[in-house]
Design a protein around this ligand. Sequence first.
Ligand code: GLN
Length: 553
Amino acid sequence: MTKQIFVTGGVVSSLGKGLTSASIGMLLEQRGLRVKMQKLDPYINVDPGTMSPYQHGEVYVLDDGSETDLDLGHYERFTHSPLTRDSNYTTGQIYLAVIEKERRGEFLGKTVQVIPHITNEIKAVIRKLADDRTDVVITEIGGTVGDIESQPFLEAIRQFALDAGPENCLYIHLTLVPYLKAAGELKTKPTQHSVGQLRQIGIQPDVLICRTERPISREDREKIALFCNVPLEAVIEERDKDFSIYEVPLSLVENRLDHLIVKQLGLSAEPLDLTDWHELMHRLRNPKHEISIAVVGKYAEHFDAYKSIYEALDHAGISHETQVRIGRVQSERIEEEGPERLLGGFDGVLVPGGFGERGIEGKIQAIHFARTRQIPFFGICLGMQCAAIEFGRNVVGLERANSTEFHKDTPHPVICLLDEQRNITDKGGTMRLGSQPADLDTMSRSFACYGTERIHERHRHRYEFNNLYRGQFAAHGMRVVGSSPDGKLAEILELRDHPWFVAVQFHPEFKSKPTARQPLFAGFVGAALVRHLSRGDAPTGESIALEAHAAEP
Ligand code: GLN
């Protein structure tokens, strides 16, 4: 029988429910259990694919091409849970499924209602993950208890214990225990209220995880236990981490959360072995070098928009015993202030993916700067497309080279829609998505990084490098060194005569883990380190405040 853990959140949003759920998954895996993870999101969009990264953070893409919430990135970085389109459902998807059934007449003329039809559909998607190869399914409910949108999900997980048996379900509620400066003390009331709301709808949480900036005294834990009707040992403190998100599982272990879960669900688990994770933390805490990378994007000011990129840079840094300081540079500022002022002094420049015209010229200027100053450059998706435009304009001599995404009638469409995509106008689900194979030229830098000819990486784009320009580009020093196996789609461009200039059409950041750095990110960070060491302590772009990639807010 697969056991079920439900993770809800209360008091405020942004408490790090995704990270906490991922950490729980990781701890259970370390105890030898087979875990699957899932997120249920209360918003009405059918998937986050059409949502602005500015509002919702990055869209995280899975192997199977589903466009999901960024919390699934945490799940993949922390656990081995196989993720598919069944790992992320939204209210929109649930309603869509129910309405389609209604149209097909499957409800035999009955009135279709939230209870039982919507809640049945929700329970069905939760049950879908249970099988005889899975010991525990962890389901995170997005949003905050008390939101109107999340009510059907909470009602469904309440009912779930009735169907599956209460001994097979565990409810974990993440809350905030704020410190009130004026009073000089921690406050437990918001937690009491939030649990009160859960109990009103029939859910008694089994475990409370309390986010706090200060240690919670035994007295306060006793108070929370009493008022919230949970045993004292089930009031778990999760102190804010200002160093790294990878500390979260360790702090949960200190509070014996793994032990509690195993006991309450009656699981037979192995003893915990966190040697690898401690080793990881040791490397993180004791870097031998420090480098700075400029990430030049449209949403540079927004931390979550390039989440996986920042993580992948960190992972590559760990493998080189190097702390990677990230300068988030907004591409439009480069258009106004010029690249020298904003990028001068960085050890590497990365241009990530994106959509739409805003900030494009700034990205192109940044790439020009990196190319001509011999600064290691990594272009990802739109970053690769901009690299092709820059090279086309400034080296090949195609003065008005552009992508047809930005200039439909450009005389030199170095990036364009290929035939398969041309007739598609609907924005949802029409892209080249998910894991695709590519074959590498063995004489390339990319091959040296991967050490293998056939790679598989995830995609999310519509436009492609225009093959008509392959010859001209190669003649000037920019070669296609990775292509789809049929040779039709350019996947990687590399520059000759440059220390490290690699631009890829796919998104390698989605497959990076703290314990398994992604090969191209490792190559890029390595090249930036070489540049750094060869330059000594040159000053870094003065107007950009460098920020260590520290823990979540
Ligand atoms: N806008 C570009 C395209 O659709 C790049 C997409 C991306 O960077 N993810 O091809």
